[in-house]
Ligand binder design. Structure first.
Ligand SMILES: Nc1ncnc2c1ncn2[C@@H]1O[C@H](COP(=O)(O)OP(=O)(O)O)[C@@H](O)[C@H]1O
Ligand SMILES: [Mg+2]
Length: 276
């Protein structure tokens, strides 16, 4: 009996680790880092090509009187289109780089380390990560997300790896819930999730509210239990909320408030004391 219990405990621990890995697997710092290099090549080569275009224009300028008017205009058009394309490549490449830097930033801290973090940025990043992951995995995933980030919130001490995982877990549930509801609901159901981040300097509040299936009292009672899930096999492990509870309550000394009406909505609020 004793050893069986121990084995079960070990198994639970292993599963928890797996869930953590799965939720972050596709954006491991390693991958982000690997992408950064080729992206830098893309950006640098388009900047170089832009310079080459300038040289080319000068050379063409030297032969101006030898080229007929029509050709000259065509050449100008082509050169200016090419320039525009180069700028677009640089612009979008740099945007991609900045997204990757965000991911690297989040995954920077050591295991369990509190570091000053831009909470709105982390929340935004993971809200959209969840959205895109769901879109990739569920058919007809069409939902709207409304975001409200208070401006000028100073950096707040959190464990970014854990905090982002908590946001991801709740968002994944919210996305699933609105998606599930939309499969049976009529065309007038508009699946939506509202996200907000606020701070008064004492406390940080992150609210994620979805207008999906909502929860019965029964579900609310068991939601933080390991392996408690109402999802069909393969769609849920029942570990997300227990991990989230551990992260917010035990590690960040905060609390999670749940407000939900079955069939109507579910809202999760993380309240975390701001460490000075
Ligand atoms: N936003 C939500 N709307 C409705 N039910 C939810 C929501 N979030 C969590 N739940 C309920 O809590 C259960 C446990 O959630 P979780 O621990 O993340 O496990 P899983 O998502 O793998 O089922 C879910 O199966 C679901 O019944
Ligand atoms: Mg979950």
């Amino acid at each position: 009996m004793e050893t069986q219990n121990q084995e079960l405990e070990t198994l639970k621990q292993q599963l928890k680790e797996q869930e953590k890995l799965a939720s972050l697997g596709m954006l491991s710092a390693g991958i982000a880092h690997e992408i950064q290099n080729p992206l830098n090549f893309v950006i640098n080569f388009s900047k170089m090509s832009d310079k080459l275009l300038k040289d080319l224009t000068e050379i063409i300028g030297d032969y101006e009187d030898k080229i007929d008017e029509g050709d000259r205009e065509d050449l100008d058009d082509i050169v200016s289109d090419l320039k525009e394309n180069m700028n677009k490549i640089v612009e979008h490449g740099e945007r991609a780089i900045s997204i990757i830097r965000g991911i690297l930033l989040v995954s920077r801290g050591k295991e369990g380390e509190f570091i000053p973090s831009d909470i709105c940025r982390i929340v935004k990043e993971y809200v959209w990560l969840s959205y895109h992951a769901m879109r990739a995995n569920y058919k007809n995933f069409n939902i709207s997300i409304h975001e409200d980030y208070q401006e000028g919130i100073p950096m707040i001490m959190v464990i970014p790896q854990d905090f982002s995982r908590a946001v991801l877990n709740v968002m994944n549930n919210a996305c699933y819930s609105v998606w599930k509801k939309s499969q049976d609901a009529g065309a007038d159901y508009l699946p939506a999730i509202e996200v907000s981040v606020k701070s008064d300097g004492q406390e940080l509040k992150v609210v994620m509210k979805d207008n999906g299936l909502g929860m019965s009292d029964e579900v609310k009672q068991h939601i933080y239990e390991n392996f408690y899930t109402t999802k069909p096999a393969g769609q849920g492990t029942g570990l997300g909320m227990s991990i989230t509870h551990d992260i917010i309550v035990n590690r960040h000394h905060g609390r999670i408030d749940i407000d939900s009406v079955e069939g109507e909505y579910a809202s999760f609020t993380f309240t975390i004391p701001v460490k000075k």
